[in-house]
Design a protein around this ligand. Structure first.
Ligand SMILES: [Ca+2]
Ligand SMILES: [Ca+2]
Length: 89
């Protein structure tokens, strides 16, 4: 079980390194859902509102889909959490 957890964490780290290299398609600052140039509690609340939704549903927020799989899952919230506190240069 611990090995699985380590693998998931390693995957998350690799993904976040990749997303640092590739510019984000929609927002300059990944996780900045309200586009105010910083990732804070407001963005987490927007992500929480969209949590559980899929592409095309009323609660869907494309900016909250950090991994681009068409669903807002716990993984997206984790990825937004990783950007928490960042501001746009
Ligand atoms: Ca924001
Ligand atoms: Ca997702």
């Amino acid at each position: 079980m611990k090995k699985v957890l380590v693998a998931v964490i390693m995957g998350l780290l690799c993904f976040s390194m990749l997303s640092m290299l590739a510019p984000h398609a929609v927002a300059d600052l990944p996780g900045d859902l309200n586009l105010d140039g910083k990732v804070n509690i407001l963005d987490m609340m927007l992500a929480a509102n969209a949590f559980g939704s899929s592409e095309g549903e009323p609660a869907w927020n494309p900016l909250a889909d950090m991994d681009g799989d068409g669903q807002i899952t716990i993984l997206d919230l984790i990825l937004i959490g990783r950007s928490f506190g960042l501001t746009s240069p």
